[in-house]
Structures are given as structure tokens and as C-alpha cells.
Design a protein around this ligand. Structure first.
Ligand SMILES: Nc1ncnc2c1ncn2[C@@H]1O[C@H](COP(=O)(O)OP(=O)(O)O)[C@@H](O)[C@H]1O
Ligand SMILES: [Mg+2]
Length: 257
């Protein structure tokens, strides 16, 4: 038996290192941080406060679920995070940096979005290979041949056969189209995907398959999700934290038990 003082020292060293690990985790720079964010829409002579003074952040690799009833501002907030909607007031930081032109360019690559409706999200005139490679083309990433290779690798990662690349959106089911939309979102190797009710438009029988795909992708790539949903079972399954919106306000952020 070592003397009590040695044991105490070892114990306090262990406590120290646990405390340090905890502080490190708490100090991780968020991928995206919103502070005092407002989005107002003019509606006739009225102004609708779609997002009202919301502050929240998403850490690398985490899944933050965003829940709330219809009209509570979930999509508006997701669009702000994805850079599709400008806030009326408040700040948005990407990796602790203010959104100047350079940071915006970087965040446009690093943050991708998957929408609810896989039928309207894909351009019906484009073959799947071009749809998946489009974000790379827009951001001038890689050569044409590299983009083709990337699309071929991604179609397999989302569980579709390679010959899907030469076909068109109308040839696929809703679940398959959502897989294609996910492949497109993955193309620029994002660090955060905003998933705006990505399962809601799908048959119940295939929702869990797409959910499992999203989980597998997260495990393989370590990316973060802002996962918008009204399905608490799905949220339970996936989320590290849950943020609740009510009439544009953040009413609660709950840690996973
Ligand atoms: N472009 C817009 N113009 C006017 N009002 C909008 C616009 N987009 C959303 N809204 C309104 O903002 C509120 C929040 O909408 P939304 O973010 O779509 O909610 P959710 O996704 O939670 O259903 C709703 O009242 C909606 O009608
Ligand atoms: Mg919505």
C-alpha cells in the first residue's frame, strides 16, 4: 500500500487532468455561433419576427437538433446558418471569425444543406453526376475529371449504384433522391450539414434507412449536424443537444441525458 499522501496526490492529479479535459471540451471553438440574431420579414405593413434574439452555437462533430412547431422559425434559422438568408440583426461567426468575404467563402464550402423535399431539391434536367458535382463546380474545386471521380465515390457512399450517375432525378424514388441530395451536400467535404426535416417527406418505411445513412456518414466523417425535426423519436436517436424554438425565440437548449 503506498502512503495516503501519495494516493491523494495521484487522485488530485487525476482530478486535475479530468478538469483540464472538461475545460478543453468546453473551450472548443464552435463551427458556427449565432449571437442576438434577428430575422424580420415585412408582411404587408406589418413586420413578422421570424427569429427573435436567438443565440446558439454548433460544435465540431456534434448534432444539435432544432425542434419547434410549424412556423416557429426553424427553416429560417437553418437558412441563416447555411448562408441562404441574411439576418436582420445580430452576429454570425464561423470558427470564431466574423463573416467577412473570405470567411463567408470558406463557410459556404464548409456548411451545406439538405432540404425536406427531395423532389424539388434536384434539377430535373441534370444527370445525377452533374447534380452531385455542382457545388464543386460552383466553387471551382478540382478538375472536371476529379469532380466526376468524386461524384462516383459519393454515389457509392450513399448506397446507390454507380450507374445512377448517368440517370436523371425522375428515375428515382423519394428516398433515393434524398440520398442523392446528401451526396451533393457531402461533395465539398463540409464540416456542418444543416438538415431541414430531411426525413419528413419520405415514406415511414425508408425514413430509418436515411437516418442510419446520416448517422453512418457522421461517424465516418466526424461532421456536425444542425438537424431540424419535429419528430422527437428521431431527435432522441440522433441529437447531442436539443434547441427548442417557439414563435422565433429560443426557449430551451437541453443536453442529452
Ligand atoms: N420569405 C418569407 N417572407 C415572409 N414570411 C416568411 C418567410 N419565410 C418564412 N416566413 C414566416 O416566418 C415564420 C417562420 O417560418 P419558418 O422558418 O419556415 O418556420 P418552420 O420551419 O419552423 O416551420 C413563419 O411565420 C413563416 O410564415
Ligand atoms: Mg420548416
Amino acid at each position: 500500500m503506498p502512503p495516503a499522501s501519495t494516493l491523494n496526490r495521484a487522485l488530485s492529479r487525476q482530478q486535475e487532468s479530468e478538469k483540464r479535459a472538461y475545460e478543453l471540451a468546453a473551450a472548443v471553438t464552435p463551427l458556427i455561433a449565432l449571437e442576438g440574431l434577428h430575422v424580420r420579414f415585412p408582411v404587408g405593413r406589418m413586420v413578422l419576427r421570424a427569429i427573435d434574439d436567438v443565440s446558439l452555437s454548433v460544435a465540431p462533430g456534434e448534432t444539435l437538433a432544432l425542434v419547434g412547431e410549424s412556423g416557429s422559425g426553424k427553416s429560417t434559422l437553418g437558412n441563416v446558418v447555411a448562408g441562404l438568408q441574411a439576418p436582420t440583426a445580430g452576429t454570425l461567426r464561423f470558427k470564431a471569425r466574423a463573416m467577412d468575404a473570405a470567411v463567408r467563402r470558406e463557410s459556404r464550402r464548409a456548411i451545406q444543406i439538405v432540404f425536406q423535399d427531395p423532389f424539388s431539391a434536384l434539377d430535373p434536367r441534370m444527370p445525377i453526376s452533374a447534380i452531385i458535382a455542382e457545388p464543386l463546380l460552383i466553387q471551382r474545386i478540382g478538375t472536371a475529371a476529379e469532380r466526376r471521380d468524386q461524384a462516383a465515390a459519393l454515389i457509392e457512399q450513399v448506397g446507390l449504384p454507380r450507374d445512377a450517375l448517368n440517370r436523371y432525378p425522375h428515375e428515382f424514388s423519394g428516398g433515393q433522391r434524398q440520398r442523392i441530395a446528401i451526396a451533393r451536400a457531402l461533395a465539398p467535404e463540409p464540416e456542418l450539414i444543416v438538415a431541414d426535416e430531411p426525413l419528413s417527406a419520405l415514406d415511414v418505411s425508408i425514413q430509418s434507412q436515411v437516418l442510419n445513412l446520416l448517422r453512418a456518414i457522421q461517424r465516418a466523417r466526424g461532421l456536425a449536424y444542425l438537424f431540424i425535426s419535429h419528430d422527437l423519436a428521431v431527435v432522441n436517436h440522433l441529437a447531442d443537444r436539443v434547441a427548442v424554438l417557439y414563435l422565433g425565440r429560443l426557449v430551451e437548449v437541453a443536453e442529452r441525458a
